[in-house]
Design a protein around this ligand. Structure first.
Ligand SMILES: [Zn+2]
Length: 134
């Protein structure tokens, strides 16, 4: 099986990943630079160390800034007429965990994520300010 046939929706967030699923992922042909790999990587990252992930994907996907368009899509940072809301929720849940992990918090895509969240928060604050009646 290669990365395009694998459904990363099978990976649970916030609970232990079944041994069979880990074995399946380990036996897969992962290209290490597509949206499917990035999604799988993010879903595994809360429970896998940086070294384990790099070994599995033969690349550090969280340092690959060429994947920012795919990342933005997965995290729901860009407008999409047909958003996959359950997937966006799963990705954000995982990213919140990853952004607190010492071995991953400084990764390029995590820094990008935190910056985007701050921008969005500030945008909401400004909007709220202008909507307040005097
Ligand atoms: Zn791939």
């Amino acid at each position: 099986m290669n990365c395009h046939d694998f459904n990363a929706d099978l990976i649970p967030v916030g609970e232990a990943i079944a041994e069979e699923l880990i074995e399946q992922i380990k036996g897969m042909d992962l290209c290490g630079h597509c949206a499917s790999c990035l999604y799988t990587y993010i879903m595994l990252a809360p429970q896998f160390s940086n070294e384990e992930l790099v070994q599995l994907f033969r690349a550090d996907l969280l340092e690959n800034t060429k994947l920012i368009p795919e990342f933005n899509e997965l995290a729901g940072l860009v407008s999409n007429p047909y958003p996959n809301r359950p997937r966006i929720a799963r990705v954000n849940k995982a990213l919140r965990v990853i952004s607190l992990q010492k071995d991953k918090e400084h990764k390029a895509l995590i820094k990008h994520y935190i910056n985007e969240c701050i921008k969005q928060y500030e945008g909401d604050m400004i909007e709220e300010y202008f909507n307040m009646s005097p």
